[in-house]
Design a protein around this ligand. Structure first.
Ligand SMILES: NC(=O)c1ccc[n+]([C@@H]2O[C@H](COP(=O)([O-])OP(=O)(O)OC[C@H]3O[C@@H](n4cnc5c(N)ncnc54)[C@H](OP(=O)(O)O)[C@@H]3O)[C@@H](O)[C@H]2O)c1
Length: 258
């Protein structure tokens, strides 16, 4: 086929992906979407006794899958999970660095415990998961890392100062890692969603006034679905995005255009 006719390839057959916080919400959607695109899957779980249904669903799709005890506040569990993945699959091609928490507190009421917990999971967990998987990808000479940012990394959301701060930091970390690891053929990008219907956002979005306030800010006029984020993750994991690195892809229905 001539160079011009090498069409973009979205197929992930033969690829191996690990997803943190995979039990529900965006992590679960990413795991299913990557499996649907052909990848074998490691489910990073805060509690390994969860996600048995998800494991079965992925098996039914014809993919290999493993559940991993991977609380990202434990550097030991992170490194053990990477070891288990490499033992089972021989490599890791894709990391979806998804875990994040969002305490809802006016800045003047944020406690030290809130602050430490959020930094610990959103920043320390994201960094050291990228480091542990990155070391393996450096050995392989290839890899894709997709960090879970948020529109909150671009704009100020009310009562979310520490969350916004960590997502802005993830954006910058994404650029740092992209720049540093380009020489190893590792692409590092992030996705930055608006409000998406997940178990995590349900308590907020169930509040009619809050929901209307969100809808009023989204030009496309609706709350997002997890698969609308997972679609971008599959693209960034695929060969079709080979020249993209250090990008933070907004998936915000246009929120940040106004
Ligand atoms: N949903 C949105 O509107 C939205 C928008 C922008 C960005 N995001 C980002 O997307 C990511 C996922 O959000 P979500 O709405 O899908 O969240 P979610 O519904 O609350 O799910 C979070 C998942 O992360 C897991 N988790 C929590 N702490 C963990 C830990 N220490 N180690 C490993 N796993 C842990 C949870 O495990 P258990 O099930 O065991 O509790 C759960 O499965 C977060 O980074 C969030 O900031 C979400």
């Amino acid at each position: 086929m001539s160079e011009q006719k090498k069409y973009p390839n979205f197929d992930l057959t033969g690829k191996v992906a690990i997803i943190t916080g995979a039990a529900r919400g965006l992590g679960k959607a990413c795991a299913l979407a990557l499996a649907n695109a052909g990848a074998d899957i490691g489910l990073g779980l805060r509690d390994i006794t969860t996600a048995k249904d998800l494991e079965q669903e992925i098996k039914t799709m014809g993919r290999k899958v493993i559940r991993l005890q991977m609380d990202v506040s434990s550097l030991q569990q992170i490194s053990e999970s990477v070891e288990i993945m490499v033992k089972k699959f021989g490599k890791i091609d894709i990391l979806v660095n998804n875990v994040g928490v969002a305490p809802d507190n006016p800045a003047e009421k944020v406690t030290e415990a809130d602050f430490d917990h959020t930094i610990n999971l959103n920043l320390k967990g994201t960094f050291f998961t990228a480091q542990a998987v990155g070391k393996q990808m450096i050995k392989q000479g290839s890899g894709r890392i997709i960090n879970m940012s948020s529109q909150a990394g671009f704009i100020a959301l009310e009562d979310e100062s520490i969350y916004c701060m960590t997502k802005a930091a993830i954006n910058h970390l994404t650029k740092n890692l992209a720049s540093e690891w380009a020489k190893y053929n590792i692409n590092v990008n992030a996705v930055a969603p608006t409000f998406i219907e997940t178990p995590g956002t349900k308590p907020w979005l169930d509040d009619k006034d809050f929901r209307q306030g969100v809808l009023d800010r989204i030009p496309l006029g609706r709350i997002g679905k997890p698969m609308e984020v997972a679609g971008a993750v599959v693209f960034l994991a695929s060969d079709a995005s080979s020249l993209i690195t250090g990008d933070i892809m907004l998936i915000d229905g246009g929120w940040t255009t106004r």
